[in-house]
Design a protein around this ligand. Structure first.
Ligand SMILES: Nc1nc2c(c(=O)[nH]1)N[C@H]1C(S)=C(S)[C@@H](COP(=O)(O)OP(=O)(O)OC[C@H]3O[C@@H](n4cnc5c(N)ncnc54)[C@H](O)[C@@H]3O)O[C@H]1N2
Ligand code: MOO
Length: 448
């Protein structure tokens, strides 16, 4: 059970989300809309297809003019011209055929298209023949795509809240839209606190460490489809932090900080929050202890930007694994809400697995531990506990990405993390064979 001084993770996330509103929708050109959330219900402004056209390269004709055509008894028709794609053909005189290309407008009077393969002509680029012999009788409508058969003007096409991927955007283009109302990508600025932080790759003086959290947060922001609006570093003073936060808020819809939220004598966020009249006048922060491990100390509030906007602020603990876990649980759903995803909620376990190794965890805090998928141990642990809802498909096996198991500082093994395994607050870790839930981690898009 969570300790009475700590709040359950879901409650903290719900409270954080309740303080946010989706970003205002803006008119966006379709070529800029990929990855955004649609903010209007769309109906078709054009029929699809916009006009009746041919589904094949061949000859447009009246079906009745070739009735009875067969391999052994071809029907011969004169060819009156070409109907290339991209132009309106002349009407088709009765008793004639017109050469037509796939997608070209069907001439008025025609009601069927015979494929070139079903004539005496060979496929490909050739001069227009004077006549053709047809080897198969066409039915009315053969190889004809009727105007509006895919969708009529006014038909509902897409609902507000749809994530605009490649397929959705192509559908919008096909029904006549060049721009749509969509919510912009949330811009996220990062502020890392800590006098010990130096640029990655620099040699370290005693007490210094590479700033890995700024890059972790920048990448996670992008992997969630949001726009990274830059990282700043603040020294461990309330003045410096207040300056960095107000600067960060200028070009951001959300500011995320790492570090400085626990019980240290120099934790700058707690110092800033304690001095609301001074440098903190434009920054409001409240803190919470959340029953999760890692990620127990959390903060949230807002910053009054120069233009008067109240920019939401999420303050994550500084330990790198705490940043990953807090981002997944708190920041990712916050970004989904700002971006306009209709069902932005706390990250939910998506699947289950079995622990391939033992690891320890704290009773009273729900554990989120980075894991990777491994092969089944040999021999299998015995007894193998059944999943709570009985047997199901065989579960994958996972182990902590670091040989030390749980540790919020174990950043060097994070590159192997495929998911967060969740162990409930009543346990003190996992034994081999235990069933755990998995929360997927954001990941960079993989080329196919
Ligand atoms: N007396 C107590 N001490 C601590 C408590 C507590 O309840 N009582 N909670 C612990 C827990 S849990 C956590 S989590 C941390 C959170 O600390 P802070 O958020 O104040 O973070 P820092 O002290 O600034 O840093 C913690 C750790 O992470 C490293 N760090 C910080 N920023 C970065 C960065 N940008 N890149 C890489 N690594 C970073 C920093 O060097 C520290 O090692 O507090 C515990 N203490
Ligand atoms: O909660 Mo801290 O994030 O355990 O290490």
């Amino acid at each position: 059970m969570p300790s009475p001084t700590m709040i359950p993770p879901e409650r903290y996330v719900d409270e954080a989300l309740a303080a946010l509103r989706p970003l205002g929708a803006i008119t966006t050109r379709l070529e800029d809309a990929h990855g955004l959330v649609l903010a209007e219900d769309v109906t078709a402004a054009l029929p699809v297809p916009p006009w009746t056209n041919s589904a094949m390269d061949g000859y447009a004709l009246r079906a009745e003019d070739a009735a009875g055509a067969a391999e052994q008894a071809p029907v011969v028709l004169p060819v009156s011209g070409d109907a290339p794609a991209g132009s309106a053909p002349a009407p088709l005189a009765p008793g004639t055929a017109m050469r037509i290309m796939t997608g070209a407008m069907l001439p008025e009077g025609a009601d069927a298209v015979v494929r070139v393969e079903d004539t005496d002509q060979s496929p490909g680029p050739h001069p227009l023949p004077g006549r053709i012999a047809i080897h198969a009788a066409p039915a009315i409508g053969l190889n004809v795509r009727r105007a509006g058969e895919g969708c009529a003007v006014g038909d509902p096409v897409m609902r507000a809240g749809t994530l605009l991927g490649a397929t959705a955007i192509s559908a919008l283009a096909s029904v006549g839209r060049g721009e749509v109302l969509a919510r912009p990508r949330p811009r996220v600025a990062v502020v890392s606190t800590g006098a010990e932080l130096v640029d990655p790759g620099r040699s370290l003086a005693p007490g210094e460490i590479p700033d890995s959290n700024s890059l972790l947060l920048a990448g996670l922001v992008r992997e969630c489809g949001a726009a990274f609006a830059g990282a700043r570093r603040s020294a461990d003073t309330a003045e410096d932090l207040a300056r960095a936060l107000v600067e960060a808020a200028q070009d951001a819809d959300l500011v995320v900080t790492s570090g400085g939220v626990s019980a240290g004598a120099f934790d700058p966020l707690t110092m800033l929050a304690a001095r609301p009249a001074g440098p903190g006048a434009r920054v409001r922060i409240g803190f919470a202890k959340v029953a999760m491990q890692p990620g127990k100390p959390q903060g949230r509030g807002d910053i009054v930007a120069d233009d008067g906007r109240e920019v939401p602020l999420l303050c994550l603990p500084g330990n790198p694994v705490s940043v990953l876990v807090s981002f997944t649980l708190v920041v990712a759903p916050a970004l989904a809400l700002l971006a306009g995803h209709p069902r932005a909620t706390a990250a939910a376990p998506a699947s289950r697995a079995r622990a391939a190794a033992a690891w320890t965890g704290p009773r009273g805090r729900r554990q989120y531990i980075p894991v990777r998928v491994v092969g089944a141990p040999d021999p299998l642990p015995e007894p193998l506990p059944a999943p709570p809802d009985g047997t199901g498909p065989a579960l994958p096996w996972v182990e902590p990405t670091h040989r030390l198991g749980s540790g919020s500082h174990l950043v060097s093994s994070l590159g192997a993390a495929q998911a967060l395994a969740v162990v409930d607050e009543g346990s003190t870790g996992a034994r081999p064979g235990d069933v755990v839930s998995l929360i997927p981690l954001p990941s960079p898009a993989r080329p196919h």
